[in-house]
Design a protein around this ligand. Structure first.
Ligand SMILES: Nc1ncnc2c1ncn2[C@@H]1O[C@H](COP(=O)(O)OP(=O)(O)OP(=O)(O)O)[C@@H](O)[C@H]1O
Ligand SMILES: [Mg+2]
Length: 270
């Protein structure tokens, strides 16, 4: 029997897109958060599910740390709505600094509940922020949920590419179409635009450029975007207002918007 036979569509949710990477700290949550807000700004109904049970970051990225979701009359958790995006995260259910040890069956159940026991309502897009790596959570999720596509985040250096390849292979193995790769922190403009009157900028390579481009070419995988490193991306995340919300006209805000527009084109008009 095909292990994925039991996948059934989640009623009311049109497209479920996972954002993953092999390596930690490359910007998955940043991209997932900004992509969600950008899709919302295009008039879509959007949910963001943070499946990072060890280090959930969605509550902080959206400035709703410490908020507890309500329970509806059917006993389902009601997502927290911020900037028009419906949010659910393990971070709303456990204390930020508590260490939960997850065992396989518990994990399976938690993932299941994130879909069945959350009152998502109608969504055009549910963006799923995966934890780093290609381990249990990612695999459990892919087995439980009919994902429509995966996006892999990678930084330029070969050390990150090595791990990104594992994430790409994981999506392939579990038969989830890879929508493409986002190269984050691709370079930094000096001085960063918006921080100086002088718009004459140089680009510096924060991470050495590796073989990402030739790898993507050889596998015919598209690069969805190149996002520069810019302090205001990190600052707005710290402040709990993703850059697409706080500075939509910035270069980075526009790049996230373009990723959202391309995604909508690719997934159809819905
Ligand atoms: N383009 C960028 N410019 C500046 N800072 C960035 C950029 N992308 C991400 N960051 C910062 O890098 C750090 C890591 O980003 P983020 O938390 O999104 O990574 P992650 O891949 O989700 O990490 P984890 O593997 O822990 O889940 C954060 O402080 C974030 O604000
Ligand atoms: Mg993260």
């Amino acid at each position: 029997m095909n292990p994925f036979d039991h996948q059934t569509p989640v009623p009311g949710i049109q497209h479920i897109i996972a954002v993953g990477s092999g390596k930690g700290g490359v910007g998955k949550s940043t991209v997932a958060a900004n992509l969600s807000v950008a899709l919302r700004s295009l008039g879509k109904q959007v949910g963001l599910l943070d499946t990072d049970i060890y280090g959930p970051s969605v509550p902080r990225l959206f400035g709703v740390l410490g908020t507890k979701p309500a329970v509806n009359e059917k006993g389902q958790l009601v997502p927290i709505v911020r900037y028009g995006v419906k949010l659910m995260s393990m971070g709303f259910l456990i204390e930020e600094d508590s260490a939960v040890i997850w065992r396989g069956p518990m994990l399976f159940k938690a993932m299941d509940q994130f879909f069945k026991d959350v009152d998502w309502g109608h969504l055009d897009y549910l963006i799923v922020d995966l934890p780093p790596g290609t381990g249990d959570v990612a695999l459990t999720l892919a087995q439980k949920v009919p994902l429509h596509g995966g996006i892999v985040i990678c930084t330029p250096q070969n050390l990150a590419l090595m791990d990104a390849k594992k994430a790409i292979d994981m999506f392939e193995k579990i038969k989830i179409p890879l929508l493409g790769v986002v190269e984050n922190m691709a370079f930094m403009k000096i001085p960063p635009s918006g921080l100086s009157q002088n718009e004459q900028t140089d680009k510096i390579q924060l991470f050495p450029k590796g073989e990402l481009d030739s790898f993507l070419d050889s596998r015919k995988i598209s690069k969805l975007a190149q996002i520069p490193f810019h302090p205001h991306v990190a600052l707005t995340s710290e402040a709990g207002i993703p850059i697409v919300e706080s500075q939509p006209q910035s270069d980075e805000g526009q790049i996230f918007k373009k990723i959202a527009e391309d995604l909508v084109k690719k997934m159809g008009a819905s």
